[in-house]
Design a protein around this ligand. Structure first.
Ligand code: UDX
Length: 436
């Protein structure tokens, strides 16, 4: 199959590279010439384990190309995937900003030749695929095409595996012809018996929002439970394990922490709330999850403050992990972006370490933060350590060494990486989330 991917952001790049790994011929188009040049040379602009290998290999084997030229890429395609950004609108009202999608469609529609399936891959509000169809007809009334929705469910840091071994693939289509092309594209997944869920277009568009909102609800639920566990002396980790063993509940996404962040949950929950409102409904459960998540970040500030004696002014805090989760350099809506400014504002000094995210972090965080290249250096002469992102390299720290270089041995573990009993035995004043 000949596939054109419009947009080489996170989703476009991973999807395009993985389709070429399936054996399809893929052309990825982006407006940023420097990015395209780098990608052609095998330089990948984001940190995603395994991606660079797949890109280099398929470029070398000529199944994957990068270009700024839409015309040729679109004319020869069996399917054009739209994977441009859909950030929250600049009005700050939760709506997804579809400017880039419509801009891309206006530009590429004129180049369509022969039958083409136009697929929305970016997360878009219900009705967007139909809007895309309307726009294409307006720009190119003779175009022979169908629209389809094929939402992505890629987790950053695990995107290649999620793509190659997904729980399911969702295809929102209205014509058999479009369905056949999409099925051919995903044929390697059929062979490993991946469920391919075929739905109408609106259903597919809503599935993505419903999945992410449900996961956000799960996280906020366990974060609320964590608070009550702390109040009554219970253990939220044991509680999550026990409820998760009920197959109807499931154990995933029940880890208490500093609140969810990233490029999807915060944006998609707000966008879903707007979709409900537009149709005269309210998404009360999702609204509550969003509120609880914002409160959770504020609670973490208080947790750190209380741990260091109620006042962070003049205290040095070592922060381990800045990105919204491990195995990514993504800082979008990372809990660090709300927690650290609040501590700085009250006069704390911050020394931070992150294995991959420092370059990105510097764009999102106040300039007073000192970045260091080693977690042990971050902890030297610190009044407290805050473990904020659970990178693997923080799971087996030499805790004796850390304790011996700190001013006071206070360890605030916002990801529950360590065990309270062991930490106390080593001599730390240890604070987790949902257990003590
Ligand atoms: C998510 C979805 O999982 C993916 O399917 C979707 O398409 C894009 O959004 P991603 O944002 O990459 O993926 O990360 P994910 O692993 O889902 O974590 C999201 C946030 O939730 C992170 O901030 C993470 O730390 C937090 N989280 C996750 C918890 O706090 N507790 C958990 O139990 C799980």
């Amino acid at each position: 199959m000949k596939i054109t991917m419009i947009g080489t952001g996170y989703v476009g790049l991973v999807t395009g590279a993985c389709f070429s790994e399936f054996g399809h011929n893929v052309i990825c188009v982006d407006k940023i010439a420097e990015k395209i040049k780098n990608l052609t040379d095998g330089i990948v602009p984001i940190y995603e384990p395994g991606l660079e290998n797949i890109v280099s290999k398929n470029v070398l084997e000529k199944r994957l190309k990068f270009t700024t030229e839409l015309s040729e890429a679109v004319a020869s395609a069996d399917a054009v995937f739209i994977a441009v950004g859909t950030p929250s609108s600049r009005r700050g009202d939760g709506y997804a900003d579809l400017t880039y999608i419509y801009e891309a469609v206006r530009e590429f529609a004129q180049y369509l030749e022969g039958y083409t399936v136009i697929v929305t891959k970016s997360t878009v509000p219900v009705g967007t695929a139909r809007q895309v169809a309307r726009l294409v007809k307006e720009v190119n009334p003779d175009a022979d095409f169908d629209v389809a929705s094929n939402p992505e469910f890629l987790r950053e840091g695990a995107a290649i595996n999620d793509f190659m071994r997904p729980d399911r693939v969702v295809i929102g289509v209205e014509s058999d012809k479009a369905a056949q092309i999409l099925k051919k594209i995903y044929n390697p997944l059929y062979l490993i018996e991946t469920p391919i869920v075929k739905t109408g277009i609106e259903t597919a568009e809503l599935i993505k929002y419903a999945s992410n909102a449900f996961l956000a609800v799960k996280i906020s639920f366990i974060n609320e439970m964590a608070a009550i566990c702390e109040a009554v002396g219970a253990d939220a980790i044991a509680l999550a394990k026990a409820i998760g063993l009920d197959k109807r509940i499931g154990g995933k996404f029940l880890h208490p922490g500093p609140g969810y962040g990233g490029s999807c949950f915060p944006k998609d929950t707000l966008a879903l709330m707007r979709i409900f409102q537009e149709h005269g409904h309210s998404a009360r459960i999702v609204e509550a999850a969003v509120e609880v998540n914002a409160a959770q970040k504020a609670k973490m500030v208080k947790k750190i403050r209380d741990a260091i004696g109620g006042n962070e002014a003049g205290k040095t805090i070592a922060v381990l992990g800045l990105t919204f989760k491990p195995e990514t350099d993504d800082m979008r809506d990372a809990p660090s972006t709300t927690i650290l400014p609040a501590l700085l504002e009250k006069g704390a000094r911050i020394k931070a370490h992150d294995p991959q995210g420092v370059k990105e972090a510097a764009k999102y965080l106040p300039s007073e933060i000192t970045y260091v290249e080693d977690p042990y250096i971050a902890c030297e002469n610190a009044d407290a350590v805050v473990l904020l992102t659970e990178w693997n390299q923080y799971r087996a720290l030499d805790l004796q060494k850390i304790k011996s270089t700190m001013i006071s041995p206070i360890f605030v573990d916002l990801r529950n990486v360590y065990h309270p009993k062991q930490m106390k035995e080593i001599g730390f004043t240890y604070v987790g989330v949902g257990r003590s």
